[in-house]
Design a protein around this ligand. Structure first.
Ligand code: ADP
Ligand code: MG
Length: 374
């Protein structure tokens, strides 16, 4: 096994601005957001719209304008992360922004197979394509899909959508979810089934429990186990990479007026996860070795290793271009700016105790032997 040098690596933060939609075009909405894709900058007017001295300029690792297609976005954000996951690193890609800014479009896309398919199906394609081309190396890919609503975790791939899941902690301090279903997937075709089941579960939750889907966070997780080829000096070692694809709840501030009972509980709880995320980002971006409040919410516990941990993380902040969204856009850009300061220490996960590839291989070998005997 190779001795790993753990280098610090900042969380990569990119911004994507969607085009004006047809309603906004019909209403002749103005946009004074300026995007300099080559210079990785996005600026908003400050004070009067013509006063450039007061404008607020933000610089990110990349800035994508309304003309940026799904493939280009994938190549520059997710592709390097998937590459690393195949080598045994953990990766997280999450979208943040107000409702309607393009989080789900970016993550899932408009369809599973068309040119506007998003990051999730494209990650699958890249993984299975790589597996096809890597000779002598055995791989095992598993998926799970969950939703966090009102601080309650729900398994989107379980039969019983209403069942609630519990967060648990291993002795190592790593967080896991008890009873979460994980499925082995063998090909790109499996993705459409998994996504359809997940989508259906979300709709069921929405109607059965009268929920507002813009207030839920969804986490799609892919675990890739790979075994070093037989002819390699490290033959038989297993490396495991986990990829989290996270579509966060809408970041808009929720009005507290008129919210009572369950609705109020819901609003405060949804705020709890997102504001806890904000607190974690603030604590980490201060760069001091102080306390990081991961335990404030389930979301921050689930994303603990992605923020300040051993994961390669990309944050995609999505914004709308129209001026009536300017306040929310500014708040998203400020939030994203803080995240740029977070340092992670990614490392390859080698031979973890919970790897299942070896068990699978042993089972297959046993079955083969039985068949030959029969
Ligand atoms: P969110 O998940 O942030 O609430 P959505 O992803 O559902 O927002 O986007 C709202 C609408 O805008 C959808 O109809 C989506 O197809 C469209 N949209 C979002 N981003 C883009 C984009 N970059 N290009 C084209 N259409 C987009
Ligand atoms: Mg959405």
């Amino acid at each position: 096994m190779v001795e790993q040098k753990q280098r610090s690596e900042a969380v990569r933060v990119v911004v994507r601005c969607r085009p004006l939609n047809s309603k906004e075009r019909f209403e002749d909405r103005t946009t004074s957001l300026k995007i300099d894709q080559a210079g990785c900058q996005i600026s908003l007017p400050g004070g009067s719209q013509t006063d450039t001295a007061l404008s607020k300029v933000f610089t990110f690792d990349s800035v994508f304008g309304p003309d940026c297609g799904q493939e280009d976005l994938f190549r520059s954000t997710a592709e390097p992360i998937v590459e690393a996951v195949l080598q045994g690193f953990n990766g997280t890609i999450f979208t943040y922004g107000q409702t309607g800014a393009g989080k789900t479009f970016t993550m899932e896309g408009d369809s599973i197979a068309g040119p506007d398919r998003g990051i999730v199906p494209r990650c699958f394609e890249q993984i299975f394509d790589s597996i096809k081309h890597s000779e002598n190396q055995e791989f095992l890919v598993r998926v799970s899909f969950l939703e966090l609503y009102n601080e309650e975790l729900r398994d989107l791939l379980a039969r019983n959508v209403k069942g609630k899941l519990q967060l648990r902690e291993k002795s190592s301090g790593d967080v896991y979810i008890k009873g979460l279903h994980t499925f082995v997937v063998n090909s790109i075709d499996d993705i459409s089934r998994v996504l359809q089941v997940g989508k259906k579960s979300r709709t069921v939750g929405k109607t059965l429990m009268n929920e507002d889907s813009s207030r839920s966070h969804s986490i799609f997780t892919l675990t890739v186990e790979g075994m070093t080829p037989k002819n390699d000096k490290d033959a038989g070692h297993i490396h495991v990479g986990t990829l989290n694809l996270v579509d966060l709840a809408g970041s808009e501030r929720q009005s507290k007026s008129g919210t009572t009972g369950d609705r109020f509980k819901e609003a405060t709880n949804i705020n709890l996860s997102l504001s806890a995320l904000g607190n974690v980002i603030s604590a980490l971006s201060d760069g001091r070795d102080g306390h990081v409040p991961y335990r404030e919410s389930k979301l921050t516990r689930l994303l603990q290793s992605s923020l300040g941990g051993n994961t390669k993380t990309v944050m995609i902040a999505t914004v709308g271009p129209a001026d009536y969204n300017m306040e929310e856009t500014l708040s998203t850009l400020r939030y994203a700016s803080r995240a740029k300061n977070i340092q992670n220490k990614p490392k390859i996960n080698e031979d973890p105790k919970d790897a299942v590839l070896r068990d699978y291989q042993e089972q297959i070998a046993r079955l083969k032997a039985q068949l030959e005997e029969a």
